[in-house]
Design a protein around this ligand. Structure first.
Ligand code: COA
Length: 354
């Protein structure tokens, strides 16, 4: 059996085009976000991420994706009220899955329909996995943080989480967004698209936890150990977590806004250590790979920010999901407008039976 599998893999190697990961294939026209990896620029519905994250609330970013413009204060209030009502009315039968992403998927699978605010409200409650009652009058970030941590968050923690939720709300044709669009293209419902996208986001190559970044910082412990720790790690052929990106050849623009958001909180030793480790990693990676820029990606300061707002590591990916779900829903609406089924082809590499 093992022999048969390796023959098949060899055949795949020879006959499947190198672009089998669909690199450089344009799968949709979108007005939702634009990722420019060479320039290191991320535009969300017409605005550079730097001008949105830290300056608007999650509710306003949801409106922006849906309507293509920023809301008036009254419209902002309406979105906040809609999300509050949706959180308050979300309820789930108990699930006994230990992994928080499995639990999020199982809870959302108990819901149905096409109501964007209903889905986003349910996502926050499902991700937090709390038995506390949601507060419909709180902002989405504040209520999620309270449900997820069991503590009333400070204003600066809420502001930092809002900055994060806005920064990661959409990012081109990433794997979970593509998944949502494929499901939407079959004329299925929005909830099904979101549940499928949660499954894609769970994989460690996509939403993969920024937890390893914190593990690395824990292991380094002090900035004066950063040089030797990174040199030893690279000598063992390991990858430095939170560095490098498939698309960006510059520092990830989201790293700037997340670092800025953490910097607006009370100064922490963690942030100082992170900056020192980033500097050291970037310098050593540049020396090792002079032709391949390997710089800080979104995961690096995501880890620092989500830790600073008091979230446990296990909830990092579910927290990513509650924001990105707004992007998924907007992409579902865009995909539906095309009325086109996404249906690529494959190349048969099997034998014909005699
Ligand atoms: N640390 C050390 N070396 C790295 C590296 C890192 N973080 N990222 C890439 N490299 C090296 C690779 O070893 C490879 O070297 P080689 O040519 O000598 O074999 C070279 O850079 C190119 O890497 P490649 O795997 O082709 O790049 P990619 O575009 O497929 O990978 C990532 C992108 C994000 C998967 C990769 O940079 C990585 O693994 N980063 C660490 C994990 C991480 O932070 N993930 C979150 C991403 S948002």
């Amino acid at each position: 059996m093992r022999g048969a599998v390796s023959i098949w893999i060899n055949m795949m190697d020879q006959r499947v085009p190198r672009a089998s990961g669909l690199e450089d294939v344009v799968a949709a026209l979108t007005r939702l976000s634009d990722v420019d990896g060479e320039a290191g620029r991320l535009v969300i519905a017409g605005y550079p991420v730097e001008s949105l994250s830290g300056n608007i609330r999650f509710e306003e970013a949801v409106f922006l994706l849906r309507c293509g413009r920023l809301p008036t204060p009254a419209e902002h209030g309406e979105v906040r009220a809609e999300l509050g009502r949706a959180r308050a009315s979300a309820s789930f039968a108990p699930v006994s899955l230990a992994d928080p992403m499995d639990a999020l998927r199982a809870r959302m699978a108990q819901t149905e329909g096409d109501d964007v605010y209903g889905i986003l409200g349910a996502m926050a409650v499902a991700a937090a996995g709390s038995t506390e009652k949601p507060n419909p009058n709180a902002s989405h970030a504040e209520d999620y943080l309270r449900l997820a941590t069991g503590r009333t968050p400070s204003a600066e923690q809420v502001a930092a989480l809002d900055a994060y939720l806005v920064a990661v709300i959409d990012h081109g044709m990433n794997a979970s967004t593509f998944t949502a669009r494929v499901v939407a293209s079959t004329a299925s419902d929005m909830t099904s698209a979101v549940v499928a996208a949660i499954g894609a986001l769970k994989g460690k190559l996509h939403g993969g936890a920024p937890g390893p970044v914190l593990d690395m910082l824990d292991a380094i412990g002090d900035a004066q150990h950063a040089h030797d720790w990174i040199a030893a790690s690279l000598a063992r052929g390991e990858r430095i977590m939170g560095m490098g990106h498939r698309i960006y050849r510059t520092r990830d623009p989201r790293a700037f806004v997340l670092e800025r958001a953490v910097g607006r909180m009370a100064a922490t030793d963690r942030l100082a250590l992170a900056r020192a480790v980033e500097r050291e990693a970037e310098a050593q990676l540049a020396a090792k790979h002079p032709d391949r820029p390997l710089k800080c990606n979104v995961e690096f300061y995501t880890a620092i920010l989500l830790e600073a707002v008091g979230l446990p590591r296990a909830l990092f990916t579910p927290t990513f999901a509650i924001s990105r779900a707004a992007g998924w829903c907007a992409h579902v609406e865009e995909q539906r407008a095309t009325g086109k089924l996404i249906r690529p082809r494959s190349t048969y590499v099997g034998e014909l039976a005699p």
